[in-house]
Design a protein around this ligand. Structure first.
Ligand code: AMP
Ligand code: MG
Length: 310
């Protein structure tokens, strides 16, 4: 009678969510750990499964811009412009929350982060669910994000009731977060939509777009077990490799094809751990386009990796 934990049964996922359970949700960014955003007990299960502090706000996923408008008390012009341009897609907007949005979801804030994900299975689920799904990345707190259904199972095991398998994530990096609740929108986290593309639609209030500073984003995050060293030039990697005594080393050049690298970045970090790599050297892409988000995630991953902990 035991049922498969990974599958493509949207009916089953819906039933679990309505009953307050947790579902692994495929999106174009990374896999989410989804619960009904209107059920306190279900939301509490997300924090318990991830080992995530309750003060770290969750992004609420909805099926359409109309549903996003329903979850906020004031829908700013900037959110309308960004949502109508980039949704469904890897962009979250922070807006003032509607009274019915639980503070358990928003980490106690009066604002809520909203996103319409660009993945057909997620949209089908959300459209039939007819409500918001709170969904942070489906990994243990501080660890590498999941980009396949199997990654979710590896990380969360039996604490997730069912995992919808939507294949490997296309973008592979978390969404760009834009705070639209203030007069001038600000990028809180670089991500799948580049700052340059955001600036084509709205004027941004800050030029410090390089590193994420949304609440709950810590300097150490997305961390593999291996020692991660970030380099600007390939020649530096050659020098460091030669001067280092261990044999279990790997060099990855993220500067050649940043978009392609982004989609497989978390899988490659996981593979390094599976292969028991001790030292990983990554050559960084330029800080433009998706390169900004890659540098943000890898800088945090390096902070959390072995070389920073002792
Ligand atoms: P993740 O756990 O990777 O899904 O990331 C969720 C991100 O969204 C975290 O960095 C949160 O800090 C951010 N976030 C969620 N809600 C808000 C909010 N109301 N204001 C600012 N950032 C938010
Ligand atoms: Mg995360």
């Amino acid at each position: 009678m035991s049922q498969q934990v990974i599958g493509n049964d949207v009916d089953r996922a819906l039933e679990i969510l309505r009953n307050g359970g947790l579902v692994g949700l495929p999106t174009e960014t990374v896999y989410g750990l989804a619960a009904d955003a209107s059920q306190k007990k279900a939301v509490a299960k997300i924090f318990a499964a991830k080992g995530r502090p309750n003060s770290h706000p969750l992004i609420v996923h909805v099926a359409s811009i109309e549903e996003a408008r329903n979850l906020c008390s004031l829908w700013p012009h900037s959110a309308e412009l960004l949502g109508s341009t980039y949704w469904p897609g890897p962009l979250s907007v922070v807006v003032n929350k509607a009274p019915e949005v639980l503070v358990e979801v928003t980490g106690g804030h009066q604002t809520v982060a909203l996103r319409v994900p660009g993945h057909s299975m997620a949209i089908e689920l959300l459209t039939r669910f007819k409500g918001g799904l709170a969904a942070p990345s489906a990994n243990k707190f501080g660890k590498v994000s999941p980009t396949t259904a199997q990654h979710v199972l590896d990380d969360l095991g039996t604490s997730v009731d069912y995992i919808l398998d939507g294949g490997p994530c296309d973008v592979g990096l978390e969404s760009t977060i834009v705070d639209c609740s203030a007069d001038t929108p600000v990028v809180l986290r670089p991500g799948g939509i580049s700052a340059e593309d955001i600036q084509k639609i709205v004027a941004l209030g800050s030029d410090e777009l390089g590193m994420s500073r949304a609440p709950g984003m810590l300097p150490a995050h997305y961390a593999p077990n291996c020692e991660l060293t970030l380099l600007e030039e390939f020649s530096e990697a050659i020098r460091m490799r030669e001067s280092s005594e261990t044999s279990t080393q790997r060099v990855i050049d993220a500067s050649i094809d940043p978009l392609g690298f982004a989609s497989s970045m978390y899988a490659q970090l996981r593979q390094c751990d599976a292969d028991q790599i001790e030292k990983l050297f990554v050559i960084l892409p330029q800080p433009i386009g998706i390169g900004l988000a890659i540098r943000d995630r890898l800088t945090k991953a390096a902070h959390g990796s072995k070389n920073q902990s002792h």
